[in-house]
Write a protein that binds this ligand. Structure first.
Ligand code: SDX
Length: 444
């Protein structure tokens, strides 16, 4: 297969120029040409849009390990270099200098907001932080031990029923997105209060995005909780680090649902369900359960690593490995540093942090992990921060979802704005029974 270069317009069109790259594939006696597209960071893709119509073949790629589903300008990952940028801005800069609301604006609209744009955007979150009182009754329908991710997904769609007048209208996109981003906090806090049998606490208009979430979770009618600036800063950083991440499993789910022209509520509710899985966003909860078990059983870290390496064992080192990062996950480095800072400021001694560091140290020098390019991912240390903020493990993936919502919104918008967008409908290779007759019951 010979591949050369082609340019790429912002909207994903291959540039028609003399330097066009062509991929030639040989199938039996025939050879075919396929265009190559090159992204703004030099990434290269073979455009197989015409593969079936010209060759009668489809491409088969389980788990889409080698397949790009779209051209996107929202986030960029270099898995070999451990780079993550939102709209071209490095995650390290945003984590250190930005806030979650400002980063959400960047991810959704493509540029950092001016002072007046940020003021107006923030004011919208305050305007839409309350839930319609009718939504409160839905919480009564869930059992006390209902998983908060099940509640979050259901309540986002239920919320859409109360916004039906604008849910499907494109010109109300700015309004719909802020309502979702603002109210998911209230839904998350109410689901937490429901799970511990405490009364719902309403948001405070004068609180910031993160302060309000912590207030709604931890205040009680007789005693208000005023989050510390360290806690607010740590939660802002946590959300910034989760805001978007190219075409991961849940974002691809959001885009798949968006491609059928379903509205933003339905698409995000689907993304929540996809994120829930322990191989994806559910890993942050699985990591803390793993670390707690090791601490409780006083298991030596080197013995645990030996268990993981034993191929007869199905144990994974949760929070390690990544489909794209084959070097360190830049988010994990930032979260690990933030862990140390927060725990020392809050004077918290969490023994699982030392266990996590020991596991990382052993794994990074062990051939099993090195050969498979397994490094800590965003979920390895994040649970330790969330626990330090008083957030229970079953809420960890809800926090991940809240952080990811700006990315899902931006990706939903990009999917709908694509002039060449089509409903996502993959093909398959059939390997079942070939044609055969129906047999009467008596003949079976
Ligand atoms: C997130 O895609 C994203 O961007 C996701 C995310 C985002 O921001 O949206 O970054 C968030 O989901 C992070 C990942 C959280 N999940 C976990 O921490 C769960 C543990 N990790 C693994 O399950 C795994 O690493 C995945 C799911 C993350 C990636 O899986 P891949 O790319 O399909 O890799 P694989 O399962 O084929 O593994 C390749 C090899 C296998 O060994 P061999 O069969 O070659 O001998 O590496 C091994 C795996 O057994 N391996 C692990 C391992 N992860 C992979 N062995 C032990 N522990 C692990 N964690």
């Amino acid at each position: 297969m010979l591949c050369q270069r082609a340019g790429l317009h912002q909207n994903g069109e291959s540039m028609a120029d003399s330097k066009k790259d062509i991929c030639r594939i040989e199938l039996g006696e025939s050879s075919y040409e396929l265009p190559v597209v090159v992204g703004s960071e030099g990434e290269r893709g073979i455009d197989i849009s015409s593969l079936r119509s010209t060759t009668g073949h489809i491409a088969l790629d389980r788990g889409y390990m080698n397949t790009g589903s779209c051209v996107s300008s929202i986030s960029y990952i270099d898995g070999e270099q451990g780079i993550l940028r939102y709209r071209g801005i490095a995650i390290e800069d945003l984590a250190e200098k930005s806030t979650f609301v400002e980063t959400a604006y960047l991810v959704i609209y493509g540029e950092l907001p001016t002072a007046s744009q940020l003021k107006e955007f923030s004011a919208m979150f305050t305007k839409y932080e309350m839930l319609h009182e009718g939504l409160k009754h839905h919480f009564e329908g869930f059992p006390p031990n209902a998983h908060p991710m099940a509640i979050l997904s259901s309540m986002i769609n239920a919320m859409g029923c109360y916004e039906a007048d604008i849910a499907d209208s494109d010109q109300h996109f700015d309004e719909v997105l802020v309502r979702i981003m603002s109210k998911v906090r209230t839904i998350a806090a109410f689901s937490y209060k429901k799970s511990i049998g405490e009364p719902f606490i309403y948001p405070y208009p004068e609180f910031s995005y993160c302060a309000n979430l912590l207030h709604m979770m931890f205040s009680v009618p007789y005693k208000e909780f005023f989050p510390s600036k360290e806690a607010i800063s740590a939660l802002n950083k946590f959300f910034i680090l989760h805001a978007d991440h190219e075409q991961n499993c849940s974002t691809s789910t959001v885009r798949m649902v968006a491609s059928s022209k379903a509205n933003l509520f339905a698409s995000i509710a689907a993304g929540v369900c996809s994120l829930w899985g322990p191989l994806h966003g559910g890993a942050n909860m699985a990591v803390i359960e793993m670390l707690d078990q090791l601490y409780k059983d006083k298991t030596k870290t080197k013995d645990f690593v030996a268990q993981i390496k034993d191929s007869t064992n199905k144990t994974k080192l949760m929070g390690f490995g990544h489909r794209v990062y084959k070097n360190h996950d830049p988010r994990a480095k930032i979260i690990k540093k933030s862990c140390d800072e927060l725990l020392s400021k809050l004077k918290i001694n969490d023994p699982t942090l030392e266990i996590a560091k020991e596991l990382e140290e052993i794994a990074l020098q062990d051939e099993y992990f090195i050969s498979r390019k397994l490094y800590p991912n965003v979920d390895f240390y994040s649970g330790i921060i969330l626990r330090a903020l008083g957030i229970p493990a079953n809420m960890f993936t809800v926090m991940f979802a809240i952080g990811r919502i700006p990315g899902w919104i931006a990706q939903w918008r990009e999917e709908n704005a694509d002039p060449k967008g089509k409903i996502c409908r993959p093909r398959q290779i059939y390997n079942g029974q070939t044609s055969r007759p129906y047999k009467k019951l008596a003949d079976r």
